[in-house]
Ligand binder design. Structure first.
Ligand SMILES: [Zn+2]
Length: 404
């Protein structure tokens, strides 16, 4: 992969305005290869109130990143869904079902990962289904696990010759997309005249209600911070009519609740001047989130400082946004880190801050302490260290957990 990403100033994707103010400057430490950027500005459009990441690379750079660095493959489990997904896919399929006109409807899921949701729809009797995902491993997994066809492509590269669909699904996709306008034009094209679109994105007005690690919601991959108002504005700007809107919460892990917006839209050809509804809520909520994150981060930095001052060699488990931000903003880079540990096979043989990234299995036989650098997966990682790898090493965690 190239290291020559160029970050650019963005206009508001909803109203086209280039007047915006910065709420927060996010920073990441770069992986040896495979990092997209070393930070971005979280900005608010002064005209419509939409919150997004500014100074980021182009869509083509993001497409390359997702093709090579997919962490949605679950390679350790041959693509099988996690316990939480196993419960969520059928429930979501039932929710979506009432908006799909007939069992013969042609359904497309964009960013379908291993096809778990499409399989849940197949179980409900929908057979005319297709997925697309940028990772080639996902296509193989969907075929092997569910006999579902998945094309390996990014939304921006979909060939319109695949025809039109009656129903298109995007779950946890739109917040990753840099070229929102190009993508929505394409979606409009891919839908039949009265076709419907199901969109699910994280709810930026609820970031404070589901506390992840500090500033984790401003991740390397999430670059739009939608509220129900801004999501509806964006879709109305592209001639979609709102059919339904729900704010919902769901269990991400034993200890973590996520909040999402679920909206259904219908394609229309009404071509009148678009006037966005001003979103006042997002800025207020993001400011609360930033303040709450700062408090937690101050506490974490104390723990990191103790580890650095102790000068004891240690492993750091996790190389995602959480660790890349700690390396950029705390003294963690000064700790005696032997190696970073991560189960994502796409990280293996790569380096972070010139320190190797190793698979958890390589920890067997070691006794040095391990710093767990994750909030939502903290208890899973602790479990893995103690009960799967059976290590007696000292474990340092950064967060209180209900379950340990
Ligand atoms: Zn705007």
């Amino acid at each position: 992969m190239t290291e020559n990403w160029v970050s650019k100033k963005q206009k508001c994707a909803i109203c086209g305005n280039d007047q915006k103010h910065v709420l927060f400057q996010q920073q990441f430490s770069k992986l040896s290869i495979g990092s997209l950027m070393n930070g971005y500005d979280v900005v608010i459009c002064q005209s419509c109130g939409f919150a997004f990441a500014d100074n980021i690379p182009d869509q083509t750079d993001f497409d390359l990143y997702y093709r090579e660095m997919s962490k949605y493959e679950h390679q350790d489990y041959a693509g099988e869904p996690s316990e939480f997904e196993t419960r969520q896919f059928p429930a979501l399929a039932h929710f979506i079902k009432k908006y799909i006109p007939t069992s013969q409807a042609r359904i497309l899921e964009i960013g379908c990962a291993n096809g778990g949701l499409l399989n849940a729809l197949k179980q409900l009797g929908y057979l005319n289904i297709l997925g697309i995902d940028p990772s080639p491993v996902c296509a193989q997994n969907a075929e092997q696990l569910y006999q579902i066809q998945v094309l390996t492509t990014a939304l921006s590269d979909i060939n319109v010759e695949i025809g039109q669909f009656d129903f298109i699904i995007l779950v946890a996709v739109l917040e990753h997309i840099q070229d929102l306008n190009g993508s929505l034009q394409k979606l409009h094209h891919l839908l039949t005249p009265a076709g419907k679109l199901y969109i699910e994105v994280p709810d930026a007005t609820k970031f404070t209600s589901s506390p992840d690690a500090p500033f984790q919601e401003f991740s390397i991959e999430h670059i739009s911070f939608f509220s129900p108002i801004s999501l509806a504005n964006l879709l109305r700007a592209h001639f979609f009519l709102e059919v339904s809107s729900t704010q919902t919460s769901y269990n991400q892990t034993d200890t973590h609740t996520g909040h999402a917006i679920r909206m259904v839209f219908q394609k229309s050809n009404i071509n009148k001047k678009f006037d966005p509804v001003k979103d006042f809520e997002t800025e207020v909520e993001l400011k609360k989130y930033i303040e709450a994150s700062q408090k937690v981060e101050d506490r974490i930095h104390k723990t990191v400082n103790e580890l650095v001052d102790g000068q004891q060699p240690l492993f750091v488990w996790g190389v995602g946004t959480h660790t890349q931000r700690l390396l950029a903003t705390s003294r963690l880079a000064n700790a005696k880190i032997i190696a970073f540990v991560d189960s994502n096979p796409n990280y293996q043989d790569k380096q972070l801050n010139n320190i190797p990234i190793i698979h958890p299995k390589k920890l067997v036989g070691t006794s040095e302490p391990i710093l767990v650098s994750s909030r939502i997966f903290q208890s899973e990682i602790v479990y893995q260290i103690r009960f799967e790898l059976k290590l007696q090493s000292n474990i340092f965690t950064l967060y209180e957990d209900k379950i340990k």
